[in-house]
Design a protein around this ligand. Structure first.
Ligand SMILES: C[S@@+](CC[C@H](N)C(=O)[O-])C[C@H]1O[C@@H](n2cnc3c(N)ncnc32)[C@H](O)[C@@H]1O
Length: 257
C-alpha cells in the first residue's frame, strides 16, 4: 500500500544529497511505466475504483503502481506456486496472476473483500488458477502439507496483520514451504516511515498505536536479518518492501577480502 507521506523515503538517492525530489516525480514515473501487454491495466483500474467505492479502508490495497511492480517481479521470478497472505479485494492477487501461469493460494479472513477479488479474477479469466481460502492465515498455513512430495512456493507475498509477520516467516521457513529458489516479498516493512525511529520514546502519545505497529515491523526486520538461512533487502519504496531469499549455496559465495 502507498502512503503519500513517503516521497522522500522512496528515493534513497535523494536522501543522500541535499536535492529534494521534484514534486511531479510520482506522476513522471507512472507515466513512463510501460503499458505491459499482459498487465490487466483496465481491470486493475476498475478494481481500484470499486474498492474505493465499497470500502472505507480502501487504503489497505496496493496502489496501481505497486501492483505493476508486483506483476513485474512475478514475471522475473516465474513462480509455479504462489502463497499470498492478505487478499483484500485482490489487487496484488490479480497482478501476480497476470505475471505467471502458475497456481496461487491466497488467504484472507474477511469474506466481503474476497467476494470482490473472486469477481475480478473471474473477469480476468484466471480464477481457475487461484484458490482463495477464507480464514485465519496462521491456522491455514499450519495445515499446509509438507514433505518431499508437497508443493513448495516459489513466491510468497506477506501483506496482512503486522503482529504475525514473524509467525508467518517462521512457519514458512521451519516447515520448508519455500522452494530453494523461492522469494518472500513483504509489504509495509517501513510502515509510514516510522520504523527506523520506532524504538525511540519521544513520540506523541496520540501516535501510540502507530508506534506499536512500527515496533512490530522493526522486530520483524531484525528477526529476518538475524536469521542465518536467509538474506533480505529492504526497498524504501511505497510503504517499504522487503525481498527475502535463501542464502546461496557456499560454492556461489565470492571471496570477501
Ligand atoms: C493490507 S490488506 C491486503 C491488501 C492486498 N494484498 C491488496 O493488494 O490489495 C490486509 C488483508 O489481510 C487480512 N488479514 C489481516 N489479518 C489476517 C489474518 N490473521 N488472517 C487472514 N487474513 C488477515 C485483512 O482482512 C486484509 O484484507
Amino acid at each position: 500500500m502507498l502512503y503519500a507521506g513517503l516521497p522522500t523515503l522512496a528515493f534513497k538517492r535523494f536522501l543522500n544529497t541535499s536535492t529534494k525530489p521534484p514534486s511531479n516525480l510520482q506522476q513522471y514515473v507512472e507515466s513512463m511505466t510501460s503499458c505491459a501487454s499482459t498487465f490487466p491495466q483496465a481491470l486493475i483500474e476498475s478494481l481500484e475504483a470499486e474498492t474505493r467505492k465499497q470500502f472505507e479502508d480502501a487504503f489497505k490495497m496496493v496502489s496501481i503502481h505497486q501492483a505493476h511492480l508486483i506483476y513485474n517481479l512475478t514475471r522475473m521470478i516465474r513462480p509455479q506456486n504462489v502463497l499470498e497472505i492478505g487478499t483484500f479485494t485482490g489487487m496484488s492477487t490479480l497482478s501476480i496472476a497476470a505475471g505467471t501461469d502458475g497456481n496461487i493460494l491466497s488467504i484472507d479472513r474477511d469474506a466481503k473483500p474476497i467476494n470482490i477479488a473472486r469477481m475480478w479474477l473471474e473477469q480476468a479469466k484466471v480464477a481457475d488458477r487461484v484458490i482463495i481460502e477464507e480464514g485465519i492465515a496462521l491456522d491455514i498455513i499450519k495445515k499446509l502439507p509438507t514433505g518431499a512430495f508437497a508443493p513448495k512456493f516459489d513466491l510468497v507475498f506477506i501483506d496482512a496483520d503486522k503482529g504475525n509477520y514473524i509467525n508467518y516467516f517462521n512457519q514458512i521457513m521451519s516447515r520448508s514451504l519455500l522452494s530453494d529458489r523461492g522469494i518472500i516479498l513483504v509489504d509495509n516493512v517501513l510502515f509510514r516511515g516510522l520504523v527506523p525511529n520506532a524504538m525511540e520514546n519521544n513520540f506523541d502519545p496520540k501516535d501510540k498505536n502507530l508506534i506499536r505497529t512500527a515496533r512490530k515491523l522493526h522486530a520483524f526486520n531484525q528477526h529476518v536479518k538475524d536469521d542465518p538461512r536467509v538474506e533480505q533487502i529492504i526497498l524504501p519504496l511505497f510503504d517499504g518492501l522487503s525481498i527475502i531469499q535463501r542464502k546461496p549455496k557456499l560454492s556461489c559465495v565470492l571471496p570477501q577480502g
